[in-house]
Design a protein around this ligand. Structure first.
Ligand code: CTP
Ligand code: MG
Length: 237
């Protein structure tokens, strides 16, 4: 089957601070969402990109796509999103035509993912893995804590072995039927999964990791915008 990319872009970007919705904020003079769309369409395997817009922002996002140059071999679709990332991704999945066999889910907030990472994820799905996530090993040691009252020190519960931990990125790649089943299964989609692969894991389906990329970091806080502008400036130099 063909490959599509669903780009959830319906978030407000609360942690980035006041301003336009995060996906519409400029990076090097171009909206972050446009960078993310171009990053997916840069892969020759991707024939459709579905952008999940803020609930009442679909017309604005359509205009934005029309106003920017995008590869012509790719089709573009805009659908309205939901209150959570999970709901937004689900809306994008339900909009996919039946001809799609492989689906990528990619955060609009990861505008700088290189095409080689996108292609590596797609290749692993096409080689037979039902779920594939790009991931990096961690620089920081991670502690599990018992969350307590705000302002009070939190007791440490455990320190997982750092060498076995991975920080996961997007695009995450899936066999389309597998991911759709996960999103439609209430028992799996019930309590807040923070990524799509996590929902597939709860179905009991195996998930594998491929190498991620430093430039696939998520723009979450103001300092991430500083880094993103610097990466873009280095590319353009
Ligand atoms: N997202 C979405 N629909 C939502 C919430 C999030 O489509 N209801 C998308 C965001 O637009 C983003 C991606 O999910 O591209 C990853 O989410 P995150 O980085 O948390 O973005 P926001 O939710 O916008 O940011 P914040 O949590 O700081 O408000
Ligand atoms: Mg969020």
């Amino acid at each position: 089957g063909r490959t599509a990319a669903v780009i959830p872009a319906a978030g407000r970007g609360v942690r980035l601070g006041p301003g336009a919705p995060k996906a519409l904020r400029a990076l090097g003079g171009t909206p972050m969402l446009i960078h993310a769309v171009r990053a997916m369409a840069a892969s020759r395997a991707v024939s459709l990109v579905v952008v999940v817009a803020p609930q009442d922002g679909a017309p604005e996002v359509k205009n934005l796509l029309d106003a920017h140059s995008l590869p012509e071999r790719t089709d573009y679709l805009v659908v309205p999103g939901g209150d959570t990332r999970q709901q937004s991704v689900h809306a994008g999945l339900e909009a996919l035509p039946g001809t799609i066999g492989t689906v990528l889910v990619h955060d609009a907030a990861r505008p700088l993912v290189p095409v080689d990472t996108v292609d590596a994820v797609i290749a692993a799905v096409r080689d037979g893995a039902p779920a594939v996530v790009p991931a990096l090993s961690l620089a920081d040691t991670v502690k599990e804590v018992e969350p307590g009252e705000k302002g009070l020190p939190e007791p440490v519960v455990a320190t997982p072995e750092r060498a076995r931990l991975r920080a996961v990125q997007t695009p995450q790649g899936f066999d389309r039927d597998t991911l759709l089943r996960a999103h439609r299964t209430v028992a799996v989609s019930g309590d807040g999964a923070t990524d799509d692969a996590g929902m597939v894991e709860r179905l009991g389906t195996p998930v594998v990791v491929v190498p991620g990329h430093e430039e696939a970091f998520k723009v979450t806080r103001p300092i991430d915008l500083v880094l993103a502008e610097a990466v873009l400036a280095r590319r353009r130099a």
